[in-house]
Ligand binder design. Structure first.
Ligand SMILES: C[S@@+](CC[C@H](N)C(=O)[O-])C[C@H]1O[C@@H](n2cnc3c(N)ncnc32)[C@H](O)[C@@H]1O
Length: 219
């Protein structure tokens, strides 16, 4: 297919996700509203109640977080996704699933963790199959850096957990080393999304190895 036709087909696909009354109503039930240039997140303002908050960063189509929110109705969940069309698709799915304890926000996970979340406000972070950005000139797009690890530590509750999984062995090694250097230690917990996200299911079906770790902060 010529490049022009591929682009037109993507534009048509994207515009379908953003149209249709039922789709928009489903997404509106769970999308975090925001106006203007600046956006801060006060977890207590997102939900009608106070409850432990779990956040998935780069949640994709939401396979994991939607199922987890249904399985743990006593907890609050925030799904963060950078790509607009994917975030909208996840919001439609979550709204259709009737999730009341899950909110979807389209944004870069980094400013959220660096700046926007209050200290000690997160019970668990889930980061599954973050884009590895293998080319040297793209390394700056990677999620896991010492600054990002410091932001995770700042925002995790005292007994909070960070769950990570990736199919890229070298990236796993780099992520785990960055976390340990920042002050995380390994936790004995299972990694709930390592088998349940959309990418986890796809990679496992292909027989690919998954490298997963659970971490807590050594305070
Ligand atoms: C490989 S997919 C994995 C999706 C999902 N976690 C799973 O395991 O099925 C990575 C996702 O992270 C999103 N993403 C990449 N960089 C991000 C960032 N800085 N903030 C939020 N989401 C991001 C991408 O748009 C993509 O949907």
């Amino acid at each position: 297919m010529a490049a022009g036709r591929i682009i037109m087909s993507r534009i048509r696909k994207g515009s379908r996700v953003w149209s249709g009354a039922e789709r928009l109503a489903a997404a509106a039930r769970v999308t975090v509203p925001h106006e203007g240039d600046y956006f801060t997140v006060a977890p207590r303002a997102l939900f009608d109640r106070q409850a432990p908050l779990e956040i998935e960063l780069g949640a994709g189509r939401g396979d994991f977080i939607i199922a987890r929110a249904a399985a743990y109705p006593e907890r609050n969940f925030l799904a963060v996704e950078l790509a607009g069309t994917i975030a909208q698709l996840m919001a439609i799915r979550a709204g259709r699933a009737g999730a009341t304890n899950l909110r979807v926000v389209r944004m870069d996970a980094r400013p959220l963790v660096h700046l926007m979340l209050p200290a000690a406000s997160v019970a668990a972070y889930h980061v599954y199959f973050p884009d590895p950005w293998p080319k040297e000139r793209h390394v700056k797009h990677r999620l896991f850096t010492p600054v990002f690890a410091a932001g995770l530590i700042r925002t995790l509750a005292p007994d909070g957990r960070l769950f990570v999984a990736t199919d890229v062995a070298a990236y796993a090694e780099g992520i785990f080393a960055t976390l340990l250097a920042a002050g995380f230690v390994r936790a004995e917990s299972a990694v709930p999304g390592a088998e349940l996200t959309g990418f986890a299911m796809k990679f496992r079906a292909q027989g690919r190895a998954v490298h997963a770790g659970a971490f807590r902060v050594d305070r």
